[in-house]
Every structure is written in C-alpha cells, then in structure tokens.
Design a protein around this ligand. Structure first.
Ligand SMILES: N[C@@H](CCC(=O)N[C@@H](CS)C(=O)NCC(=O)O)C(=O)O
Length: 210
C-alpha cells in the first residue's frame, strides 16, 4: 500500500493511526501542502480532489479518510475499528463525523487561505475563526463522552472515532485552542496517546516532519 499524505494533515493522521492499529505496512509518500504541492499537476494526476490522504491498494486509489478507514476495516478486520452492533456503530460513526464533517472542513487549509487571501481577514481573526469552530465543535464531542464514560471514545478499545479525535486535538493544541472545557476529550486523548499506534504516527514522527 502507498499513502499519499502530509505530516500535519489531520485527515492523513487518521489513516496512519488506523494502518498502525491494524499493523499494516505502507510506503509513506509525502505531499507538501505548505508548498502547495497538492495543487500541482503531478498530484492532480493522482487525486481528483487534490486533497490528502489518498491510499493506493491493489491498483485502486481510495480517498476520504473515513472511507479509507472503513475499507481497511473491511479488508483487515482485526482489530475491529467499529463495534459489533448497529446502534454502537452508528454512535462511533456519529462521533467521527462530528469531528470530520462539523469541525475539520471549516478549518481546512484552503478555507483558511480563502479567508486570508480573498476575504482579507487578518491573521488574528483567522485564528479566532479556527479556535471558535474547534472549541465549540469539541464541546459537542465532550457532551457525548461525558454521557457514557469509557476508556476510549466508545468502549475499551480504539475505534474510528478515536482515529478522528486524536488528530483534531493535535490541531487544537497547535492553534492554542482552549481545551479545559473538554476534560473527557483530553482524557480519551491521553489514553490513545499511551498506545504506540497513536504516538508513533503523530506528526512529529513522520518522515516529512519539519
Ligand atoms: N474529508 C476529507 C478531507 C481531506 C482534506 O481536506 N485534507 C486536507 C489536509 S487535512 C487537505 O488536503 N487540504 C488541502 C487544502 O485545503 O488545500 C478526508 O477526510 O479525507
């Protein structure tokens, strides 16, 4: 397998965690987002959306981190990243989507660049925007974690939801977001980071880390 990704990309980090949890080897292919390499012709020939991550497996190109993780879960079922019952699976997917759909897209690189370059928003206001959506978005996750306490987001083993939560907290810390109001998010974050699959694939350990 080959993973096109970028060390600071939280969507890429989700997939790195899933690959590590399943003990799968892959070739790390860096795409330098900071230098806009993803917008160039060569990555454009690989990816229609020009976003990372993109996983190549068995000659197929797979995009969208959550779809990639579910693909990995179906093709390599152990350890499972989704629980056994439909209602539990719905909860885990909902937690993952609360991060991947309700927080991350508002703070993606192209959105931040549009705010600054096209709408002429100041650097300070861009950071306020970023923090606002992370802090309010994580509150939604916090309420759900507080209502059903468990070691990880759901139960005592990591799931798709944890693959999303950890990279989002990394981003939050990088942008100095407030996190005292989400103690259960931070408790689950700490439990995940105690595992090599989360720690070893963190941005700072990636081959393209600056
Ligand atoms: N929903 C997509 C999001 C992919 C995505 O937006 N990736 C970011 C990096 S985290 C990216 O490539 N951004 C480039 C840009 O915004 O120009 C997924 O989960 O894979």
């Amino acid at each position: 397998m080959e993973l096109y990704n970028y060390f600071r990309s939280s969507a890429s980090y989700r997939v790195r965690i899933a690959l590590a949890l399943k003990g799968l080897n892959y070739t790390y292919l860096p795409v330098q987002l900071a230098q806009s390499e993803h917008l160039g012709e060569s990555y454009g020939a690989v990816s229609a959306s020009r976003l990372v991550p993109l996983l190549r497996d068995e000659g197929q190109s797979l995009t969208q981190s959550l779809a990639i993780i579910e693909y990995l879960d179906e093709t390599h079922p152990q350890p499972p990243l989704l629980p056994a019952t439909p209602v539990e699976r719905a909860r885990v997917r909902a937690l993952a989507l609360d991060i991947a759909c309700e927080i991350h897209p508002l703070n993606n690189l192209r959105v931040l660049r549009y705010l600054v370059r096209d709408l002429k928003v100041s650097e300070d206001d861009k950071n306020r925007w970023y923090r606002h959506w992370v802090e309010t978005g994580l509150e939604v996750v916090e309420r759900q974690l507080a209502a059903a306490l468990s070691t990880f987001c759901h139960g005592n083993t990591p799931t798709l939801a944890d693959c999303c939560l950890v990279p989002q907290v990394f981003n939050a810390q990088r942008f100095e977001c407030r996190l005292e109001h989400v103690p259960n998010v931070m408790r689950v974050f700490a439990a995940c980071m105690a595992l090599p699959a989360f720690e070893g694939t963190a941005p700072g350990h990636c081959p393209d880390a600056e």
